[in-house]
Design a binder for this molecule. Structure first.
Ligand code: C2O
Ligand code: CU
Ligand code: CU
Length: 507
């Protein structure tokens, strides 16, 4: 039971790949309660490019208990993965050797998890982008010891979106994610159902976890050389393996792209320069599709795009970072900004009919207004610090009040790229360097890119969950930076409630 090592575990029936459609493959998965190895993804016949089929993370199986709670089990453990063809790379994964199954649930559903840690190190599982009680947030205060278990649960109450889960242990997030621990968490709601968008999972609705890796000569993950932005790889892996293509039998494909890298910023586009439509950002659907030729995603950010599939293959490519996103800096090469990677080849396959137009309207987003804000805060990002301080698990940096709105001003005050992520809530961008955000950044977000010199104003509301004991985090999501302390903690309290933070053992 390994995921995805497609070559070793390819079906040995000898049947040509084309006779087993991705749809029937996935349907087969759904029918069998045991997770079949992703390795069952059919291999290409007649591929002359050396690319391998994109592995699709299986949907996590779940059971609904008598109280209506949808229950999932995730087990983090070591394994080996054929990330490079013919090489076995030691990796970490959830329910498999690398990455994890896609968790899927609906808005309004109660979800519960049993998370088991079979790793040799303490880890945690954070629900990035999810509105959750602080005690179930999965940050550094909810660590799971080797051999331990953790059983969070909550009711999903936020718009349908592509979220993700990943480890968040204090000081080791980059390493744990680099070794392979990450998965997607798709939330569905009436808008995502009704939108008339591609939504056949694994067929024309594709999770795409994009990461960069460096390998040693014997095929191990190279953790030896770090840059100012962290471990930068020279190889892009998509859904856990290098060099992938995807057969598409539909006239268009929806890619749910996650930048799951620790420190690399991607400037995605199509190799032929063609347009695609962005339909959703971090926190859910945009009000309407936005036509783009380039899309920058910093670590932790997601975007759902719809790409037309014509009669010839088209490649999703990561282009060099442009000047507007810091690409003109003197250190551009050190930050990986000058690199180009092919990320995924989309190949037309089978019979397609013409693509229906995307709906003109996808959802409605109520704008938050600065006049409603009861607090304004500043966050200056500099070196490994925020507001001149590094993370201290025993320091609460500020207290917010439940059901109130705040405006946060985030500034990049050094020459490194940074971004800014807030737990518990989705925010709206008020402005970037004094300008209204472009349409593709005008939806709900939980992570925003702040290149050198950037000043971004965010507006957000803290709903429902007050906890005097356990904080939420905000931090730079360049994982090396967060590990080095570019993170702060805030409590959400009821009006008049006293903070009573839990004392953590010295680190
Ligand atoms: Cu994606 Cu605090 O994390
Ligand atoms: Cu998060
Ligand atoms: Cu940073």
């Amino acid at each position: 039971m390994k995921y995805p090592s497609p070559v070793r575990h390819a079906p040995s029936s000898g049947s040509p790949a084309s006779s087993l459609s991705r749809r029937s493959f996935l349907a087969g998965l759904a029918a069998v309660p045991v997770l079949t190895a992703l390795g069952c993804t059919p291999r290409a016949t007649g591929s002359d490019t050396g690319l391998r089929p994109l592995p699709i993370p299986p949907l996590a199986p779940s059971t609904v208990d008598a109280d209506g709670m949808r229950h999932f089990t995730l087990t983090a453990a070591p394994g080996t993965t054929e990330m490079l063809p013919g090489k076995q790379t030691p990796t970490w994964g959830f329910n498999g050797s690398v990455l994890g199954p896609t968790v899927r649930a609906r808005r309004g559903e109660q979800v519960g998890f049993t998370i088991a840690n079979r790793l040799p190190e303490t880890t945690s599982v954070h629900w990035h982008g999810m509105h959750v009680p602080a005690r179930f947030d999965g940050g550094p205060h909810q660590s799971i010891e080797p051999g331990g278990r953790w059983t969070p649960g909550w009711t999903i109450d936020q718009p349908g979106a592509t979220l993700w889960y990943h480890p968040h242990p204090h000081g080791s997030t980059e390493k744990h994610a680099y070794r392979g621990l990450a998965g997607m968490f798709i939330v569905d709601d009436a808008d995502t159902d009704a939108a008339g968008l591609p939504r056949d999972y694994g067929v024309d609705d594709i999770p795409l976890i994009v990461q960069d890796r460096r390998f040693t000569a014997d095929g191990r993950l190279d953790e030896s050389t770090s840059s100012d932005v962290g471990l930068l790889g020279d190889t892009v892996v998509t859904n856990g393996i290098a060099g992938t293509y995807l057969d598409i039998a539909a006239p268009r494909v929806r890619l749910r792209i996650l930048n799951g890298s620790g420190g690399r910023i991607y400037n995605f586009g199509l190799a032929d320069g063609g347009e695609f439509s962005m339909i959703a950002g971090d926190g859910g659907l945009l009000p309407r599709p936005v036509s783009l030729t380039r899309l920058v995603l910093s670590p932790g950010e997601r975007a759902e795009i719809v790409v037309p599939v014509g009669s010839s293959p088209v490649r999703l490519r990561a282009f060099p970072i442009d000047a507007a996103h810091g690409g003109n800096s003197r250190e551009a090469a050190d930050f990986g900004f000058t690199d180009t990677f092919d990320v995924l080849e989309l190949r037309p396959a089978g019979t397609r009919t013409g693509a229906p137009a995307l709906p003109a309207t996808l959802t409605t987003i109520a704008r938050l207004h600065p006049a409603q804000a009861v607090a304004r805060r500043r966050f200056d990002l500099q070196w490994y610090m925020i507001n001149g301080e590094r993370m201290d698990m025993n320091r609460i940096d500020h207290v917010s009040t439940v059901d109130t709105t705040e405006v946060w001003t985030v500034r990049n005050r050094d020459n490194w790229p940074h971004n800014f992520h807030v737990h518990d809530t989705q925010f709206q961008i008020l402005d970037i360097d004094g300008q209204a955000p472009p349409p593709h950044l005008a939806g709900w977000k939980d992570t925003v890119y702040t290149p050198r010199g950037a000043k971004v104003r965010l507006i957000m509301k803290f709903s429902d969950y007050a906890d005097p004991t356990l904080p939420y985090m905000y931090h730079c999501h360049l994982m090396l930076h967060e590990d080095k302390g570019m993170m702060g903690q805030f409590l959400v309290l009821c009006p008049g409630q006293r903070a009573a933070p839990k004392k953590m053992p010295a680190h």
